[in-house]
Design a protein around this ligand. Structure first.
Ligand code: DON
Length: 304
């Protein structure tokens, strides 16, 4: 029997002595206020046993991790029609690059890069009566946690400086792949990215991706086929131009955010979340990646 608690404790110990912790994202000014020395890790197994170390209960901005949740909701709303507007190929490009979008006539490579997530946001804005409220309710229901909320300061901060996302949305609009107004779609997108959660809350939210689409209360949110697709997209696209490296080092589907969070999972076994706000040059949490490499190496548990 694997002693997850002692492995997490040793990962936390190693992280606490690390001097080179990467660089905090400052292109969203509000994110730059976070202390780079934070480190948290939380693992929840399929039987809902939880293990944690470090600042696993402190909330942070989940940013791009939210793209998996908006995709899940969009699939529930319009099903396979999602794939008419966004592709499922890894981009090999940073999350905010726009060059491929122009080359490929406004169809984003996948739903986890920014232009793809903006198309998903557009779908939700069209489908939902009260988009921000309804999406928050969806996330709270999955997690069974009504304390989860947007961080309005982060959303406003990104709205003031999100010039590339405005460029992406305008480009999408010019190709006819954005039905709603740019400002309305981005207001929704900036709010979804501002969701604040702890590592512990992230593992409860992502529990359904290791549990065949069923949340911790066994309510069905996704079909088995949809979970297969979303996990495949996380594996191939979840870390942008570092997706290959993450699969190579860690061997799990997962998703990162510029707030320094990473969530990853082994189907039918466990879901794990890390938080360390310092990022590597590709925009993924530096210590989070190291921690997860250590976890799957020491436990010898990965999808491979
Ligand atoms: O759109 C942005 O740039 C941010 N709201 C999210 C980017 C992000 O988290 C990339 N992830 N590693």
């Amino acid at each position: 029997m694997i002693n997850f608690q002692s492995i997490l404790a040793s990962i936390n110990e190693a992280a606490s002595t690390e001097n080179d912790r990467g660089k905090i994202a400052d292109y969203i000014p509000e994110l730059a206020k976070v202390n780079v020395n934070n480190f948290g890790i939380h693992l929840q197994d399929i039987h809902q046993n939880s293990f944690s170390a470090g600042n696993a209960d402190e909330r942070f901005s989940i940013q791009s991790i939210s793209k998996v949740l908006s995709l899940s909701m969009a699939l529930g709303q319009i099903g396979e029609k999602v794939w008419k507007r966004v592709d499922v190929e890894p981009s090999g490009d940073p999350f905010n690059h726009l060059s491929l979008l122009e080359l490929e006539n406004g169809i984003p490579r996948n739903p986890l890069i920014n232009p793809g997530a903006i198309v998903i946001a557009d779908i939700l804005v069209s489908q939902l009566e009260y988009p921000k409220k309804d999406f928050l309710t969806f996330v709270r229901n999955i997690a069974n946690d009504d304390t989860i909320d947007y961080d309005i300061d982060v959303a406003e901060s990104e709205k003031r400086t999100g010039f590339r996302n405005f460029a992406a949305a305008n480009l999408l609009k010019s190709y006819g792949n954005l039905d709603n107004e740019v400002e309305v779609v981005l207001d929704f997108y900036f709010h979804q990215c501002s969701l604040a959660m702890s590592c512990a809350q992230l593992t409860s939210t992502f529990f359904m991706f290791m549990n065949n689409g069923k949340c911790r209360r066994e309510n069905i949110f996704l079909t088995i086929s949809q979970v297969k697709r979303i996990n495949a997209i996380m594996l191939t696209c979840g870390f942008y131009d570092e997706a290959g490296e993450f699969a190579f080092e860690v061997g799990l589907p997962g998703k990162s955010g510029v707030g320094g969070g990473i969530v990853a999972l082994l189907p039918n076994k466990f879901c794990v979340a890390t938080w360390s706000p310092g990022l590597n040059p590709k925009g993924n949490s530096k210590l989070g990646m190291l921690a997860l490499e250590k976890l799957t190496t020491e436990t010898e548990l990965s999808i491979f």
